[in-house]
Structures are given as structure tokens and as C-alpha cells.
Design a binder for this molecule. Structure first.
Ligand code: SAM
Length: 292
């Protein structure tokens, strides 16, 4: 393919689609969330790669974009080894190749990583059209701190492995975000409770769709709720606030004070506990006097 040959320069500058690989973000539920740049890229690409060709065709049909004679190449977890060389050849010839996963941002709990890495290693151009991502939308709606967050992807299916997996996140600062199957939601929340103890949490369901729902509460409330209702319909994201996001209860205060009073003076106990629990010194001191 001739890199310098562009039959329609206007079109190129409109879409700004560059030679190499462009990762396209697509809607996670609401078809109107596709960006103009993503549509331009679908229209202008020399070759299209996608996780599922039917999904890609559906998106293109919806927006009146025809494939014509352009190749539409399946690229997913199971054929990455075979599909990568074919796509790399096109990229090395100067083609503008786009990649879209089934929904949301490719590579985020979706295929595309190995291809993107191969492009980088070959010195090819890598670009992206930003857009929907369930983790980010869930975070923005969760009401949980968003200045720092960790995305954990999908936890394992089995409870024991899931608890070990969750334990790896115990020291992570900020909000934790996990993708989970609705069938395992209640069990997963139960495992989280066992590992993280009580924290603020949220479950975001069916984001951007008609039955979008954000359920916010303590981890134990959410765990109880889904244990009672059973698996909800649709897709879910679990979010867990940082360890200190729940104000200490009276019981927690009393327990900490009793421990401290066993070892130190009222004044020292009040200072130690107020610092540990982030409570006002006077309030803790008065309670310490009552307990003494
Ligand atoms: N690449 C996608 C992204 O950018 O969010 C994620 C793909 S991953 C295979 C699918 C998981 O993302 C679902 O199991 C669910 O946890 C989450 N998800 C995707 N769409 C969602 C939606 N509309 N509402 C809630 N969660 C969603």
C-alpha cells in the first residue's frame, strides 16, 4: 500500500485518522454515545479489526457506514496469535487500521493489548478515539473519592481465589473498581466484606441504558441486598471506597478506648484514639471519662 497516496485529502484531514492502529471506543449501552471521531474513523479506515464482526457491522449499519471492499478482520483473545501478523502487515504497509471491541474502550478488560504492544514495538503509529468506559462512568456516579482509584478488572470465579485476589488490593489507596458478572455479584460482595471489612461501596448497573441504577451504601448493606434479591439483570461494576471512608461507629470508638485505657491515662488514650479514628479530641476525651 502506498503511504503517500491519498485520493481524498479533505477526508483525511476531517477524520485525522493516521496510518497505524487506532483504538476506537464504542458505546457501553446507549448507541448515541458513539463519538463523531469514532464514526469518522469507521468510515475512513483502510481496514477494520474487531472483537466480533457482527457487533462492528451492527454499529456501522446503525450509522449508515458501509464496509465496501475493506477487510473486516476478527481479532479476539483466541485468535490473537494468528490475526496479529496479518494486521501488522497492513500497518507496516501504511494502512489506517482501526480496532473496536464489543463495547467501551478496547484493552480495558477487553482484547487489544497484544496488538497495541506489537504496534508500539514495531515503531508504528498508535492512536485512539476516547469514549465510553464502564469503570470511569461508574466511578463518576459512585459518590466515592475519585482523586485516586485502582481498576482491578474481573475477579476470579471461585470464592477462595477471589478472596486471595481481593487481598492483593488491601493496601491500595483510593477507590477500587471491579467488573463482575451479575450471577456472582452477591458472592463477590460477601468475599469483599470478608477481606476488606466494612467500607463505603457502590454497585453500578446497566450504565447508560434504560434501567441504569447506582446503588450506594455500606459494603454489608449491598452484600445483604444482593444476597436477598439474587442476581440482578444486566451488567455491573462494583466500587469500594478507601478504608477510612466510613466514620467510626460508637462501638468502634468504645472498643478502641477500652483497649487504650487498659494501657494509658485518660488523656493519652483520648489523644491516641482521636488520632487513630479521626474524631475530635474533646468528644473522645469525654467518652473516655465515661468509660473509665
Ligand atoms: N471495555 C469495556 C469498558 O470500557 O468498560 C469493558 C468490557 S468487559 C468485557 C465487560 C464488563 O464491563 C461487564 O461485565 C461489566 O462489568 C462492565 N460493563 C460494561 N458495560 C456496562 C454497563 N453498561 N453497565 C455496567 N457495567 C458495564
Amino acid at each position: 500500500m502506498d503511504l503517500n497516496h491519498r485520493s481524498d485529502q479533505t477526508k483525511v484531514s476531517k477524520s485525522q485518522l493516521r496510518p497505524g492502529l487506532t483504538l476506537l471506543a464504542t458505546p457501553i449501552g446507549n448507541a448515541r454515545d458513539v463519538t463523531l471521531r469514532t464514526l469518522d474513523a469507521l468510515r475512513d479506515a483502510d481496514a477494520l479489526a474487531c472483537e466480533d464482526t457482527r457487533m462492528a457491522r451492527r454499529l456501522m449499519d446503525m450509522h449508515g457506514i458501509t464496509l465496501g471492499t475493506r477487510p473486516l478482520i476478527a481479532y479476539h483473545e483466541h485468535n490473537a496469535a494468528q490475526a496479529t501478523p496479518r494486521l501488522m502487515r497492513l500497518i507496516e504497509e501504511g494502512a489506517r487500521v482501526v480496532y473496536l471491541s464489543d463495547a467501551g474502550t478496547p484493552i480495558v478488560a477487553d482484547p487489544g493489548y497484544r496488538l497495541a504492544k506489537a504496534v508500539i514495538e514495531a515503531g508504528g503509529g498508535l492512536s485512539a478515539t476516547p469514549g465510553p468506559c464502564a469503570a470511569i462512568m461508574a466511578l463518576t456516579l459512585s459518590g466515592l473519592p475519585s482523586d485516586r482509584f485502582t481498576f482491578g478488572g474481573f475477579p476470579p470465579n471461585k470464592s477462595g481465589q477471589r478472596q486471595s485476589f481481593y487481598r492483593e488490593f488491601l493496601g491500595a489507596p483510593g477507590t477500587l473498581i471491579f467488573y463482575e458478572s451479575p450471577r456472582r455479584l452477591a458472592a463477590s460482595l460477601g468475599d469483599m466484606l470478608a477481606v476488606f471489612d466494612e467500607r463505603d461501596a457502590a454497585v453500578a448497573r446497566e450504565l447508560s441504558k434504560s434501567f441504569e441504577e447506582i446503588r450506594r451504601g455500606s459494603l454489608s448493606d449491598l452484600s445483604d441486598h444482593y444476597a436477598e434479591t439474587g442476581a440482578p439483570k444486566g451488567e455491573v461494576v462494583i466500587l469500594l471506597g478507601p478504608a477510612a471512608s466510613i466514620p467510626p461507629t460508637e462501638d468502634m470508638l468504645d472498643e478502641a478506648l477500652r483497649d487504650a485505657l487498659g494501657e494509658m491515662s485518660v488523656k493519652d488514650a483520648a489523644r491516641t484514639v482521636s488520632e487513630a479514628l479521626g474524631l475530635p479530641r474533646r468528644q473522645v476525651y469525654e467518652r473516655a471519662l465515661e468509660l473509665k
